[in-house]
Structure formats: C-alpha cells, structure tokens
Design a protein around this ligand. Structure first.
Ligand SMILES: Cc1cc2nc3c(=O)[nH]c(=O)nc-3n(C[C@H](O)[C@H](O)[C@H](O)COP(=O)(O)O)c2cc1C
Length: 360
C-alpha cells in the first residue's frame, strides 16, 4: 500500500498560481476566498475575529463552539446570552456560529433563534470535539460519529428550523483509527440537508497528535454529490493551503491553530491561490501593535483584570516561534494589570533590531 502523502512532504513549485478555483458556495452564500477561519473554543471570540477581519483573506469566520443546551437553558430563564455570543449580533458578516449538543429539538430551537434574532450567515454543528466533557459526559461532539443515524436526525431538524440559512457540519475522520467512517458520515451529512462538510483529518482519539491525513480527506470528495468539502488540519502556511487545493480535491480549506498568532495568514493564503505575490510577514513591531489592538478589544469587553488574564494566552500565541518567545511567555504568564502587561510587552516581546546607521 502506498504511504499516504502528507502535506509536509509535498513538493512542486510554484505555490502561487491562480488556481482558478470555482466559487465555494455554502447554500446560496459565496465564500470568497474559499478559506475559512476555524471555530476554536477559548480563542475565536469577537476580539480575535475583528483582528482577522482587519487583515482580510478569510472568506468565512466562525465563533467558538456554543453549548446549545446551555444557551437554551439561559434563554428559558431569561438570563444573558452565553459569553461566546459576544459581538455576534453586530459584527460584520459572513459569520458562522457553531453549536453542539445531541438533542435534535434543542439544536433546532437554538438554531432558529440564531437565525431569526442574530441573523447569522451559517449554523455549524460540532461533530468533532474530542474533549471528554463533551463526548463522555454529554454524548455530543465526536461521540456522535458512532451514531450516524442520530447525526442525521440532528442535521435534518436543524436544517428545517434554520431554512433558508445554511447548516453545515464539522467532523473528524472517525472516533478512532479502527472506526474511521468519514465516508459513510459524509453521505449522511449530505442526505440530511447540510450545505457543506468540513473534515478535520484526524480521528478523535488523536486529539491533535500526529499529522492530519489529507489522503483520507480527499477520498471523501467522491462520497459527496452536491455539497462542498472543506479540508482542515495542519495548514500553517500559504504554500500548504495552495497545495491542499491543488492536490487534494477540496472545495475550501479551514485554518485553525496556525492563525492564532498569525491572523494575517489568511491574506497570505488567499494571495497564494489567486496567483498574487504572498504578502510578507508583518514586522515584529507591527505584530506587537496587532497584539496590543487585540488586548484593547479584550479589555474593553472584560475589563482590565479579566481581560489581562485572558490575554496572557493570546499574547503567547503572537510571540510563538520568535526569538525570545520563551522568555516573553515566562513573564507574561504573571501579568495581572494593564501596566504590567505593557511593561512586559515593552521589555520582552520580540522586536525588530534597529538597523545600523549607514556609514557615509
Ligand atoms: C484551542 C482549540 C480549540 C478548538 N475549539 C474548537 C471548537 O470550538 N469547535 C471545533 O469544531 N473545533 C475546535 N477545535 C479544532 C479546530 O477547529 C481544528 O479542527 C483543529 O485544530 C485542526 O486544525 P489545525 O491543524 O489547523 O489546527 C479547536 C482547536 C483548538 C486548538
């Protein structure tokens, strides 16, 4: 058997050519460019999404996953919206809100609410979360991959409740290496009326270990007759996004971890697939300014104490893989006030070396 080719090992320049991709359509909505920002719990909140929008290049953005049952309970008790819906009402579109649960009725009620009241562009269902609180405790997320019939019920109820707003599904390849069933699931997803399928090329028990299997993602394409396939996993450069489109037969791609400290990656990836020069990485000073803008948005919402605490992890993402990142991480892990945050950034965030004055 041939060893599956992984994105890491692909070669074959050039990696910036106009691929002349057909438009990615999710229902009636055109996602242009066909590059999606992944939902990431704890990260893809309103502040982060504004930063991503600022750089451009992402055709569709997504919220963090929202617990549908929790939302429904809050609603029935006339409590506030979940924090994860921060900004959703007023934010630019397109925007997908991702929800999870295993009860078709609860999902349908919440979906309807998101469509009617929030007018979201897409309602996405999480069938990929491997976290025990979601799988073992709530029999949701990737747990449902072992119950295709139930998945179908959830999707069709939600599709009916949200029409004409599209409903999409995000899955993994299966629960475990021995129970890979993404091909079968793909059929169920399509037949139940979903408007697109996103596949993270790992099984749930892998969490984030190993490499995403893009051969398996690609294989799923032949099981879909009408709806687009969006591939996800390990896309951390414009070149890899280019290769994913060129070599793996996907209609769209979704970027997750790599965009956390590099929200400009979408613009770079979009340029690569459209045959334009890939914009360079922002200078370190520009990256620092981007992080400070992010900090401002977070503090505006959560206040100084909670905002600063929350920003520690984002700040680490921005510093990641840069000279001095470890040192910065160590210091930023203890900041509690605005003053401390700015001081640590001033002293320790990786910065551009001032160029030597040119001798005349
Ligand atoms: C911190 C974190 C939070 C995540 N939260 C979600 C989530 O809320 N919903 C979801 O469908 N996937 C979630 N994921 C999975 C990502 O969307 C994506 O499928 C996965 O990270 C693989 O893509 P990548 O290799 O580009 O990171 C999360 C991943 C990370 C790292």
């Amino acid at each position: 058997m041939e060893t599956p080719q992984k994105l890491e090992h692909l070669t074959g320049e050039p990696t910036t050519t106009d691929l002349k991709l057909p438009p990615l359509k999710i229902g009636e909505m055109v996602v242009d460019p066909p590059i999606l920002q992944a939902p990431m719990a704890g990260f893809t909140n309103y502040a982060f999404r504004q930063i991503v929008r600022g750089y451009g290049g992402a055709g569709l953005l997504a919220t963090e996953m929202v617990n549908a049952r929790g939302f429904h309970w809050l609603d029935e008790h006339e409590a506030e919206f979940p924090d994860r819906l921060w900004g959703v009402e007023d934010e630019a579109r397109p925007l997908a809100v991702q929800i999870w649960d295993n009860q078709p009725d609860v999902m349908a009620k919440v979906g309807r609410r998101l469509v009617e009241e929030f007018q979201v562009s897409v309602v996405d269902i999480n069938f990929g979360c491997p976290v025990k609180q979601v799988t073992e405790k709530a029999h949701s997320g990737s747990y449902l991959l072992r119950e295709p019939e139930r998945m179908g019920q959830i999707i069709s109820r939600l599709v009916e409740a949200c029409a004409p707003t599209p409903v999409t599904a995000k899955i993994r390849l299966g629960c475990s290496e021995n129970t890979i069933n993404a091909n079968e699931i793909a059929r169920v997803v399509e037949e139940s009326g979903a408007a697109a399928l996103t596949v993270h090329g790992r099984v749930a028990e892998q969490y984030f270990k190993g490499q995403a299997d893009w051969d398996r993602i690609s294989e799923i394409k032949s099981y879909l007759k009408k709806i687009p396939l969006i591939g996800n996993g390990d896309l951390d450069s414009a070149e890899k996004v280019f290769r994913a489109f060129r070599d793996y037969n996907v209609d769209g791609v979704m970027i997750a971890r790599a965009c956390l400290g590099r929200p400009w990656l979408f613009a770079q990836a979009a340029a690569a697939i459209q045959g334009r020069p890939i914009p360079p990485e922002p200078t370190l000073n520009e990256q620092r300014d981007c992080m400070l803008e992010h900090y401002k948005l977070v503090v505006e919402r959560f206040g100084e104490a909670k905002g600063t605490l929350l920003m520690r992890k984002f700040a680490c993402c921005y510093a990641q893989a840069k000279p001095g990142a470890r040192h910065f991480r160590k210091h930023v892990a203890n900041v509690a006030t605005k003053e401390e945050f700015f001081e640590v950034v001033d002293k320790h965030f990786p910065c551009d070396v001032p160029s030597e004055p040119v001798a005349s």
